[in-house]
Write a protein that binds this ligand. Structure first.
Ligand SMILES: Nc1ncnc2c1ncn2[C@@H]1O[C@H](COP(=O)(O)OP(=O)(O)OP(=O)(O)O)[C@@H](O)[C@H]1O
Length: 295
């Protein structure tokens, strides 16, 4: 099956500043892809380029298998829902009027579904947009992105400023949409959210897509507290256990990333004379920290 979204070597400069460099990503039907990277790494630029708001300096965007060009962009974007990082509509227009405008804009706009979403998200339809709080503005943007039943969602930090109850409702909707074949590209700094929701994660750093070189989710993170004398054991641990992918010493706390069998893990733990120890599965936060530590 072809991708809902495919970017090939997207490159974008702002003046002389390179913002994204040969960014290639894909989203398949029924897949939620997390898009993760530090501030200024190029997530918004990539998403805005996909949406046609920015013209790439080089590279291509394919939507639903078609290469996007000037002639087909409007037709293809009808099947895309977009939540921008910063939401902006006409300030002195009511939410009801904003949503009515989209009814005429999208032929697949589903008024009943829109009403259902407004109720679910408790949207204040008769308030002017400028009178809404940040979170309530975001809700309007989410409803506008969903109500025309798009096949692909491009969500730039969609839960930013939403309260936890609304966040949960949005996750549930995204899960339902995924089950019906919708694809989602979702940028977020909330790594716990990405970890729970996304099928896979694409990392971006300084405008380039990067792959965590040695870290994967089958690893264990061992945090050990040692006394100064015990720190000396560590060079032996590294030599004796090739399963130790990385060993980081910060004062008297040691973090060991371990990829190996349970038996070898127990063997390693038995070989350390420690004061305190914890063993956990590797989290997305660990992967993120390791990938971006050089920054
Ligand atoms: N309009 C602009 N003019 C000039 N430079 C820009 C502009 N927008 C973004 N940039 C630069 O492009 C780079 C990528 O920014 P972008 O907003 O895409 O990052 P991001 O990953 O979305 O960041 P954040 O997580 O903070 O939202 C940054 O260096 C940023 O300073």
């Amino acid at each position: 099956m072809s991708f809902l979204l495919e970017t090939k070597n997207l490159t974008k400069y702002y003046g002389k500043r390179l913002a994204i460099d040969k960014v290639s990503i894909t989203v398949s039907p029924g897949e939620i892809v997390g898009f993760v990277g530090p501030n200024g790494s190029g997530k918004t630029t990539t998403m805005r380029t996909v949406m046609g708001f920015l013209k790439p300096d080089s590279g291509k965007v394919f939507l639903f298998g078609e290469e996007v060009n000037r002639r087909n962009v409007h037709r293809l974007l009808r099947y895309v829902g977009y939540v921008p990082g910063e939401v902006n509509y006409y300030a002195d227009v009511t939410v009801r009027r904003i949503l009515e405008f989209y009814t005429s804009f999208y032929e697949d706009f589903d008024a009943e579904y829109c009403e259902y979403l407004c109720k679910m998200f408790d949207v204040q339809l008769d308030k002017k947009f400028e009178e809404l709080s940040l979170g309530n503005k975001k809700k309007v943007s989410i409803i506008q992105a969903l109500a025309h039943k798009p096949r692909l969602l491009i969500l730039d930090e969609p839960t930013n400023s939403l309260d936890p109850v609304i966040q949960k409702k949005l996750y549930n909707i995204l899960r339902e949409l995924r089950a019906s074949g919708v694809g989602v590209l979702l940028s977020s700094h909330v790594l716990g959210e990405v970890e729970k929701l996304c099928d896979r994660v694409v990392f971006i750093k300084d405008g380039r897509i990067v792959t965590p070189p040695t870290f994967d989710k089958s690893m264990k993170k061992i945090v050990v507290d040692l006394s100064t004398e015990q720190v000396e054991q560590l060079s032996r641990v590294k030599a004796d256990f090739p399963e130790v992918v990385e060993l980081i010493l910060e004062n008297s706390t040691v973090v060991i990333y371990f990829k190996g069998s349970q038996k070898r893990l127990v063997h390693l733990l038995n070989s350390i004379d420690f004061q305190d120890i914890s063993v956990t599965d590797l989290s997305l936060e660990d992967v993120f920290e390791n990938l971006y530590r050089a920054n």
